[in-house]
Design a protein around this ligand. Sequence first.
Ligand code: ATP
Ligand code: MG
Length: 359
Amino acid sequence: MYLKVDSLEKRYGAFDPSVSNLSFSLAQGELLGLLGPSGCGKTTTLRMISGMVAATSGRILVGGHDVTGLPTYRRNMGVMFQSYALFPHMTVAENVAFGLEMRKHSKHEIAKRVESALAMVRLNGVGDRKPRQLSGGQQQRVALARALVFEPDILLLDEPLSNLDAKLRDDMRNEIREIQQRLRMTTIFVTHDQTEAMAICDRIVVMNKGRLEQIGTPHEIYETPATPMVADFVGRINRLKGTWRSDGAIDINGSMTIRASRPGARGAPVLVMVRPHRIGLVASGSAIPSAEHENVLAGTIRQVTYIGDTLQYSVEAAGARILVEKATTSAGDPFQSGAEVLLHWSEQDTLTFAADGER
Ligand SMILES: Nc1ncnc2c1ncn2[C@@H]1O[C@H](COP(=O)(O)OP(=O)(O)OP(=O)(O)O)[C@@H](O)[C@H]1O
Ligand SMILES: [Mg+2]
């Protein structure tokens, strides 16, 4: 592994630690996402890795060398800050050159590198402008060029797309991925947007309250979340409370029995989670396709919400409200509010957690 974070901790004064017992590593050329809710310690982690904030304890290793005590400029890491703060009085080219001048390169070398960094983010020809003469998205690209310009071994990006509108954000995220892969740059990408993390990261670290909840590929994080927090954070999901029965099934409210692919200890409380789009919906009395390993539940539709590409049904069943999502078709809504329906989903799609949150 090329970059290794080992038992990192940060305490600010007497508060609870902002980051604690955090360990993960990246292979060379890997893009790792740091994903988690606001305040979970993402920026603090990135700042410790870059050297802008001193770790309270723990180590950071690059290529086997301990860099924990080194100043930022000796770590050869390109950083793009959350508030990307370009220098307003400098031109775009001067902004990008800033890090190189600190490193004492020749004028000619600097000009060459600035030009190629601006080309990389598709901003050729705007070097003489001031930041205020650029759009928000262009300014964000300048900040990215500034992080790339000295060909760092490691790229650290803190919410690099936060100030862009939805369409530009998708384009830029693909561009970042393309540049990162072309230069084979080991990269940490901080975001609180799970779609963004899933779309471009090789692996994702999900953080919560300063700690690591799970590390895995986007597929692992989504399909086999380690905790209810991860399951909740990476997409919409239904929650049902139940109890394990002796035959390995789960009793919900005494009114329904469901099965999961991995049974738990008899009598123990269990939290069941199912993703809305993995639930099938048929009219009451219809046959369920491939019923053998399906959980089936009778319910009544209480609300139908049309959001363009998706129809959301809120279904009352087993004393709870269950959200079901279906792709829309031009034929219109098959079910109206008040309709009696059967919900069905597979045992594989039935995630179970002990009520204390462990899997
Ligand atoms: N200089 C500081 N002094 C005291 N507490 C701080 C300091 N910097 C950060 N914190 C605290 O550390 C915790 C983690 O903050 P951090 O900025 O790392 O979160 P984040 O995950 O980046 O959040 P966001 O998504 O909002 O950017 C927060 O509770 C924050 O209030
Ligand atoms: Mg932050």
